[in-house]
Ligand binder design. Structure first.
Ligand code: FAD
Length: 252
């Protein structure tokens, strides 16, 4: 399994449309801001320089609701405290503004069948009608990951046999005049859950939180649990405060 973060939210500080009473003079009083169209606006919002764009965007959205950019409440002035309070209050809609996209390869069709049940994520998955499955490598679940163990050999034999049948079916159907796409779409019927697939998946932070709660869970399937744990650890690098309440070990 390879899960690669390929896109995530970036804030365009220079175009922040801060208007009166958030004038340069007003902001000056709260952070030494001298030019609201310049980098200093970022310094004002990101009072901790380690705050991430995704986390600060959520705070910005929340502050836009009450026009509280001047951070009147000291207990929520810091970004981690602000987001902790948002989560505590259940006002998670502000977490929907930042998003992250992953390119996932080396996962089984069983995993993506479960993943795509989550309706708030967006997907683009490798087509089994267009892409030849002949050269794919099976993705066995973690319980069958020891090469040479009897269960691995059994699974490998079953997969190889299905793959041979797949290739033969493509041949037979093409010989009968079906197009390559028609032949592959029919022949894939004999391919197992272990068939490798690839998927681009995008979600906003609220949606990711929901998916991770369900799939980074002891009750979840082992492969998707590993996937969710990997996604969580990468999301923590771009939105640590948004996931500050999540455990290091799977939810129980
Ligand atoms: C451990 C585990 C075992 C599972 N086993 C099975 C199984 O055996 N068979 C099976 O079919 N599925 C199974 N699932 C899938 C599960 O039923 C859900 O489809 C999946 O987890 C997606 O979550 P969700 O339904 O909360 O919806 P999501 O699409 O992830 O949506 C997130 C939330 O948005 C809201 N929402 C989304 N759509 C609607 C809507 N139309 N109306 C109202 N509210 C909405 C709900 O609050 C929902 O919880 C399993 C999931 C897990 C985690």
């Amino acid at each position: 399994m390879k899960v690669t973060l390929i896109a995530s939210t970036h804030m365009d500080w220079v175009v922040l449309p801060l208007e009166e009473p958030y004038s340069n003079e007003f902001l000056d009083a709260f952070g030494g801001v001298t030019n609201r169209m310049g980098n200093t606006t970022e310094q004002w919002m990101k009072q901790d320089e380690d705050d991430s764009d995704a986390d600060v965007l959520a705070e910005f959205a929340g502050r836009a609701c009450y026009q509280s950019f001047h951070k009147p409440n000291p207990s929520t002035a810091a970004n981690d405290d602000y987001i902790a309070n948002i989560i505590f209050q259940g006002h998670e809609s502000v977490l929907e503004h930042a998003s992250a996209t992953f390119y996932v390869i080396g996962v089984s069709r069983a995993l993506t069948h479960e993943l795509i049940r989550h309706r708030h994520l967006s997907y683009s998955e490798m087509s089994q009608r267009f892409v030849d499955l002949e050269n794919t490598t099976p993705v066995f679940p973690p319980a069958i990951d020891q090469a040479d163990a009897e269960e691995w050999v059994t699974a490998e034999n079953a997969y190889s046999s299905a793959l041979e049948d797949y290739k033969y079916l493509v041949e037979l159907l093409e010989a009968k005049g079906f197009t390559r796409k028609q032949a592959r779409e029919a022949a894939r019927a004999v391919m197992p859950n272990a068939t490798e697939t690839r998927i681009v998946v995008t979600g906003n932070m609220r949606a990711w939180r929901d998916v991770i709660k369900k799939r980074f869970h002891v009750a979840a399937d082992a492969e998707i649990r590993e996937f969710a744990g990997e996604v969580l650890s990468q999301l923590r690098t771009i939105a640590p405060n948004t996931f500050q309440d999540f455990p290091e070990e799977p939810f129980a």
